[in-house]
Write a protein that binds this ligand. Sequence first.
Ligand SMILES: [Fe+2]
Length: 457
Amino acid sequence: MQRDRRQFLASVGALAAATACDEPANPAAPKPSEPAPDRSPEPAPWAAPGTLDSLAFPGGVRAGDATSDGAILSVRTTEPTIDLLVMVAAADGWEEVARHDGLTPVEGNVQFELEALASDSAYAAVFLAGDRRSATVRFRTAIPSGGWRKVVFAATSCLGSADPSWASLAEIASFDPDFTLLLGDTVYADGSLTAEDYRAEWERAFANESLQALFARSSLIATWDDHEVANNWVRSEGDLLHTAVTDEQLATATTVFRDALPMRVGPGGNGLWRKLGWGVVDVFVLDSRGERSKGKIVSDEQLAWLQEELHASEAAFKIIMASVHVTDHYDLMSTGAADDRWQGYPAQRDALIAAIVEVAGVFVVTGDMHYGGVQRIDPEGGPAADRWEIAAGPAGSSLFPLSAVAQIGGDGVPAQYDAVIEDWTSCLFVADPGLGTLTVQFIGNDGGIRAERTLSA
Ligand SMILES: [Fe+2]
């Protein structure tokens, strides 16, 4: 189902005004007032020159980690050299702004960082080999610091094989998101060892038409979960539930991951955790997998960085993007598999919760658990009982039967879970700094809205 984007954006403003029920938790936060403006309209999709050659450019073009003046593009190609053509949206269509010729692939991959772009503008790009071309990619540069408008972004996770259509990805793409969060388990590369193994998994995923539709119409902000490397991987000795990986295998998987999904290098650790600023929205990308050690789900360095950046952020919305849940699921499933989420690391979780509670406008967006949800981070009485985590996806992995699990205890789904979606969905968000609201829709494979909530920052 294709819906009219302007109609959606307009309805969100009215809906948010009607349904926002919580007072801002921080009395210093601005009171809801007027809806912020929508972003400037964009021309119809760019019709690139040349003939699409999906054999020479398999899997489309990815744009990643857009900033207010740049973005990184990534493409796989069988050609020895390729050219890049970049267009910017203008009042009456698309204008050429840059051309970069003679790009040479490394291991069949080209990544190119675009710089000196205009802020909060729509761009389109294509890679060329003579008169043949890749798929096109459309993306927006970020809102500059001090900018003021609604931000429309998407999120998904767990692109597994239980429903291989991943059709919700094409549905969220139709809204031309400002950016899309890939929350992890984008591939299930379990059993891979060599670079060829890992590349084959990414190429298989990138052959999916719904994912290609998403690549064509949104930049990405990506993190990983376990399956980009191995199922529940650990660097120590494996066991029945955990797969041991060597440093060499991890390095290989990391290289292929970074080749596949263009992303910037963060300020410390393994370089995966980082911040992307969109003016009124700051996105804090966590790596909840790659820096685990005994009793710790992230490195001390990563946690300290997050605490510091949350407190320093002046954005109305602070989105913590984590592959695994921060929510305390004890009332639903006790401590089952708690070591696979923040709940199993109480000292670090307590420190994170303290920051979430102290800072206004924090939301957590996660994947991994194969249900969609809007849930209170702590059960009633807990410090973060009035703070929200949005569980996004799965786009295609086997569904987690949360309501059936809840029945085992006999009481049904606890009140902590405000919305539970047991279907394949991806999320569409509208952050409105004027009203101070974050609206989330869970969009199914048919484009229908499975659930919608409006939360106050
Ligand atoms: Fe998964």
